[in-house]
Design a protein around this ligand. Structure first.
Ligand SMILES: [Fe+2]
Length: 269
């Protein structure tokens, strides 16, 4: 029996009473999908899974999709990306949602805490449904007319040429999208994957997106997750943004296994 306990007034819930290493029945899968759409971030503590079991569990939320940083794939498991910073990689500290350069970007990002530093290194998740609702009416109307043109981050210099070729084509997404399960609207963009907003210069586009982030993302809509080994954090990428925190001792290890699962093509209904 699942037990769901909200973790923050705006978003986030802890889900206990489930072992992701075992087969999950259809009713429980449905309950988890609904819980994700409602709470936008789910924390499933005390999990212990092999890579294969983790991939099977991820299918609750959608089919695992290939990530475009193949240099960080887990050897033998190309649909699991290793989030770590051993070789000088910088944590993703800017607010973003994942892989907006895909026609069908991820419905969810799953992170499994395998090695956790003794302090810092948390992950924050912001409720972009609440952010949309808090905007003035005219700005909501304006945003509903805008689209971003997305590709790979230009400043990720270690992206492999083969990934650039495969995943670098421009993809257009609306800046407000309707959630396919929940039916509500959320602000949707990735400030460094968006080359520009259609009809605006790259400079004006970045300035507007950065200004939006600054105004929208307030502590009242942010859940901060402090990792414990064995936590699985599931983030609904259709209505949230997230960021990592690099405030931990780099002599310690922080290793998260990441799976992204495919969602629908973003639309505004
Ligand atoms: Fe991310």
């Amino acid at each position: 029996m699942l037990h769901i306990r909200p973790l923050h007034p705006s978003l986030g819930a802890e889900v206990t009473g489930i072992d992701l290493s075992r087969p999950i029945d259809a009713a429980t899968r449905d309950e988890l999908t609904q819980a994700l759409a409602e709470h936008l971030a789910l924390v499933l503590p005390e999990q212990s899974m092999t890579p294969g079991q983790y991939l099977t569990a991820a299918e609750i939320f959608g089919p695992p999709m290939r990530q475009h940083y193949s240099q960080h794939n887990m050897p033998g498991y190309p649909d699991i990306g290793l989030v770590w910073h051993r070789n000088g990689q910088r944590p993703a500290e800017r607010w973003h949602t994942d892989h907006t350069n895909r026609e069908r970007p991820p419905a969810a990002t799953m992170l499994y805490g395998v090695e956790i530093p003794s302090a810092g290194g948390g992950t924050s998740v912001a409720n972009m449904r609440a952010a949309y609702q808090a905007l003035p009416g005219e700005e909501r109307d304006r945003l509903a007319t805008l689209c971003t043109i997305n590709s790979l981050d230009e400043d990720h210099i270690d992206t492999r040429e083969e990934d650039r070729k495969q995943y670098g084509k421009p993809i257009i997404h609306p800046m407000v999208r309707t959630h396919p399960v929940h039916g509500t609207r959320a602000v949707y963009f990735h400030v460094t994957k968006a080359l520009c907003i259609e009809g605006m210069t790259p400079e004006a586009s970045k300035a507007y997106m950065n200004d939006l982030l600054e105004r929208m993302i307030q502590p009242s809509i942010v859940y901060h997750h402090r990792w414990r080994e064995g936590d699985v954090l599931v983030i609904d990428d259709r209505a949230t943004m997230h960021r990592a925190h690099g405030d931990y001792d780099r002599n310690e290890s922080r290793v998260l296994w990441r799976i992204i699962v495919e969602g629908d093509r973003p639309t505004l209904a």
